[in-house]
Ligand binder design. Sequence first.
Ligand SMILES: [Zn+2]
Length: 125
Amino acid sequence: MRKVLVSTLEKKLKTWQKRLKLDSWNIKIVYRHCGKNNAARVEYCEPVEKTAIVAICPTYYNRKGYNVSWTIDSLIVHELLHIEMWKEVEALPTAVKSRKKFQEFEEYLCDRYAKIIVDMNKRRS
Ligand SMILES: [Zn+2]
């Protein structure tokens, strides 16, 4: 996958927001470095005001050994799933949500369902 234009990111975000019924949210998408091991992340999320910022790492795909099965669509859907769960996750006790096992589980769910959702939409169109 090559880096795409910001306007393409914005268009894809709007499409997936609609499909995932998150179109009442005000979500911004930006290119920004996301730390050593992340291709993307939710940089900011305020569920009450329904505002969020999704960051996509501009250089992630230039690295050696990146995960080729990840498209920009699956990255966006993955982050939208985090946004969907944000309020519930935040409400959990710190002892639970700070546990590595729990964080890995959340990542597993977002990865798995992002791929399923993107695949289902490929077959439909
Ligand atoms: Zn994630």
